[in-house]
Write a protein that binds this ligand. Sequence first.
Ligand code: FAD
Ligand code: MG
Ligand code: MG
Length: 317
Amino acid sequence: MSDNRVYSYTATLMGSPILLKLFSNNKALASRVFRLIKQYENLLTVNRAPSQVMDINHAAGKHAVSVSRPVYELIRVAKAASMLENSAFNLAIGPLVKRWKIGFQGDSVPPADEIAALLAITDPAEVVLDDAASSVFLTQSGMEIDLGAIAKGYIADRVRDYLRKEGETLGLINLGGNIQTLGAPEGGWSLGIKTPFGGADELIGTLNVENKSVVTSGTYERFFEHDGKRYHHILNPRTGYPLDNELDSVTIISTNSIDGDIWTTLIYGMGVVKGCAALRARPDIEAVFVTKSKEVVVSSMQHFRFTLLDNRYRLTG
Ligand code: FAD
Ligand code: MG
Ligand code: MG
């Protein structure tokens, strides 16, 4: 039986601060959770060899690569999201991410002709999957898969499942933008949403959830400035430049964090009006939009409560 005290454990993995909250003093369990995350990072990273995703990328234009079942399934889901009509999500965006290097050392604005050339090798239809062999083939040389917009969501769900399997009934994992919760303490989980471009502890509001994932993606997280213009890390797969719209951030509340991760990117491409319309068909997925004009728009509020804390913003929706 767990007591009421919260025990926090931290690590740095996937270039992100990781926070695990448990309701028992169980350092051994926390270590096993961090090891699990590390194992997935080692399979999925594109930042250092070897990884199964890097193996696929290195074989682009040459041959298919068989990967472990979880990696294959994640790529299958990522491809499906990429193939949706007008999708802003593209798992084959890798060459552009690598060239821009936004959030990494050496970021710069690429010349337009280079962007055009790289765009030509980002067609998700050219990611060829073979279910029977669990293999992935990138048909053009130079193609690269990048799972940065979905992998944390997938891993957050695996951590929740692991905690449940270990007999925990309460827990929270924050992978730096992706929060997944198991159960809820009395009164629910109160989770802060950051004020875009605000100080480290500045909150625009709090979300209250139980047993839900909360994923926030924003243009204020990873960006650089050049000639007075800001370039952030969510790229428009049609132009090759950062997505330009009215949003500063979007938060998705859903059961599974993988859906939250996919939908933050999809919604970034849609904006507020189209995003709200799309979510009407998905009552299981809800969004909190924060716009540049200081509005907070809530698509619906069936599975959470939101409290606005920053009085510079107006709540609508
Ligand atoms: P999201 O909005 O969820 O995703 C944005 C990211 O998705 C971009 O950074 C890019 O990678 C990709 N992307 C951009 N545009 C699109 C698009 N249109 N469609 C699909 N994908 C797009 N960071 C480090 O600094 N060092 C590391 O060593 C490092 N290792 C990592 C290893 C793994 C396995 C993962 C999952 C992430 C790692 N990261 C690392 C962080 C990574 O580079 C991204 O910054 C992070 O995944 C972005 O997540 P987000 O939730 O902030 O943004
Ligand atoms: Mg994410
Ligand atoms: Mg995402």
